[in-house]
Design a protein around this ligand. Sequence first.
Ligand SMILES: NC(=O)c1ccc[n+]([C@@H]2O[C@H](COP(=O)([O-])OP(=O)(O)OC[C@H]3O[C@@H](n4cnc5c(N)ncnc54)[C@H](OP(=O)(O)O)[C@@H]3O)[C@@H](O)[C@H]2O)c1
Length: 331
Amino acid sequence: MKVAVVGATGLVGSVMLKVLAERNFPVTELIPVASAKSAGKELEFKGKKYKVVTVDEAIAMKPDVALFSAGGSTSQEQAPRFAEAGIVVIDNSSAWRMDPTKKLVVPEVNADTLTPEDKIIANPNCSTIQMVVVLKPLHEKYKIKRVVVSTYQSVTGTGVKAVEQLMNERQGIEGPMAYPYPIDLNVIPQIDVFQDNGYTKEEMKMILETKKIMGDDSIRVTATTVRIPVMGGHSESINLEFENDFDLAEVRSLLAQQEGVLVVDDPANLVYPMPKDAHEKDEVLVGRIRRDESQDKALNLWVVADNLRKGAATNAVQIAEYMLKNGLLPA
Ligand SMILES: NC(=O)c1ccc[n+]([C@@H]2O[C@H](COP(=O)([O-])OP(=O)(O)OC[C@H]3O[C@@H](n4cnc5c(N)ncnc54)[C@H](OP(=O)(O)O)[C@@H]3O)[C@@H](O)[C@H]2O)c1
């Protein structure tokens, strides 16, 4: 397969190259793509050096599939050009997620909705991906009525500039700010811009994307998304209220059997998921599994994942793997 990675010099793009190599995706030719300022740079993939090209050059090279992680406006402009040239686009930005003509896919949850007509496929928001993988088996068994989620999101979710801000602050260096406030030794209860309803755009993404991926508009979702000074790995406190009652041992067993989930839950031995444990893992870790004693048929969970992997690169590569396996990409 000829594979283009659009945004290959960025945080998500570089993890994409790593994940493609690790999972042995059948790449015969890699086409790393970035903005004009990076064209000509060299990137290494599986021990071979590849020259970074522009979007126009990449389209002319006719890749079979293009994995996009170059921001919303680049996707909005360029993904249709790739699709028109017959190239399947798997897009990490928010440009196409809520477009009713585009599929929003987390392979463990809804890859079976993909068809040969799908030419631009959207990868969900990182915080949504790690949540829905855990919700899926519980919704199937007990039917979720309501989700209350609060996130603790790492600076890598913002991109290179935010990592630099945190590192500069740690060393007492004044530099460009990715956030409106210092992030080191701080917590910022704002991710993305505020909407008219008082929620941030990130919170609304979690609410709307969850319903779309789960294919169920009846699930009520509310979210508070928060940035914390952690380098990699998003954490989430999730409260679920179900239609039907549950048995805690059965919840643990359903989660343990769910593809893509690791149960890390042994409070007696101080075992619970932390961002450090999720680093470089493709799975979503879940722990602190306990009944919400303030409410009938309600459960509390703590969910952690590597936002650059399952939250972005791994999920995109898994979509490509599914499409290849099911004849939705040229073999
Ligand atoms: N970070 C996360 O956890 C995460 C998770 C899910 C989704 N995403 C999404 O993934 C995208 C990238 O995020 P990131 O964190 O990797 O950002 P980043 O580190 O800032 O990287 C951005 C990449 O896009 C490239 N780019 C910018 N403008 C371009 C253009 N006009 N044409 C071609 N390439 C262009 C950049 O190339 P240059 O190096 O040449 O500037 C760079 O390779 C965003 O849409 C983000 O919302 C991020």
